[in-house]
Write a protein that binds this ligand. Sequence first.
Ligand SMILES: Cc1ncc(COP(=O)(O)O)c(C=O)c1O
Length: 388
Amino acid sequence: MADIPFASIRRVFERAARLASQGTRVINFGIGRPDFDTPEHIKAAAKRALDQGLVHYTPNTGVPDLRQAIADSIQKYKQVAYSPETEIMVTAGGQEAIYLSLRAFLNPGDEILVPDPGYTQFASTIQLAGGKGLPMPMLADDNFRPDLKAAGKLISPHTRGIIVNSPHNPTGAVLDPDQVAEIGRFARTHGLVIFSDEAYDRILFPGADFSSPAALPGMKDRTVIWGSLSKTYAMTGWRVGYLAAPQELIGAAVRVQQNVLLSACSFAQAGAVAALNGPQECVAEMVAEFNRRRKIILDGIALAPGLECPATPRGAFYVFVRHDAAGLDSTGLADYILDNAGVAVVPGTPFGERGEGFLRISYATSQSECQEGMTRIAEVMQELTAGR
Ligand SMILES: Cc1ncc(COP(=O)(O)O)c(C=O)c1O
């Protein structure tokens, strides 16, 4: 474990909490989770499950009703047919899906291409599973799409997979169908499995369409979907996600699960069934609210000297902002903004080396906080860039 880095993103939260405890009213643009409450009908289903005594272990792969609901939802939103009996597994959040599948899939020393910048836990989970992440550049000036030319040069005989994450944390970038198809061809050419992190699949803004590599002709057999209910239904604390993958991989992941968690929480799974099978207006409402906040943040960035948004985010709830503030690296600037504006933002570097020069702003906070936070940031950026 000494080689596994401590999640450095936590540093921001610890500093912000310290400031808040000293009386500063901190606006938090750091946090990577929806601020909404879980919709009432989902909570009611979990409460009912408790009252009905659904308090025991469930199958390692999750309750049949939930596996069916996941398969139905994938069919509806991703147009791919999965067998709920053999190709779906319920996990404790998308993060456990990542861990179980990588632990099941990787042999010691195997390599996986990882988006850089990308979700902080990809590289460390690969490491935890005995493999090695190969940082794959994302092209900031081309909508943060993966640089497959550069990726091709990184490939060795040990490289066995590529991680795709659309909508993308930390940039909000969404891959167009032709880009997904290009990644599919790349994976096939190099004999790679695609690990597709689809945690934000339903948080899409007008003009963006979701497409899964699993839906490409002939690609389902070489794709592993990491799914999550956390972001879609504001259920981060419930810990429900899933793996959708070829039977062989699910079989191996079950063996890992038998030695890690045994099964996901019984009544959380009951809530998840209600989330997937119940009314979906709640999702549309949350996405519409995210979209209003996105506009406030983007307008604010346009008014802040020294900040620029290279690609308009089209999904998730993040903006990845390029900065140019004399003499400060990303960590220095994030600290400066927190200390002088009382706004917590995450420096780009926890997301990978190519995150240097960027800040991640998460707009999982109210419109008025978005507005005030951006006003405060614009003021300190004015001070920092004055006299140029
Ligand atoms: C890209 C991505 N994948 C997976 C996760 C894990 O989420 P959860 O385990 O709550 O599903 C996150 C959380 O922020 C994420 O951003």
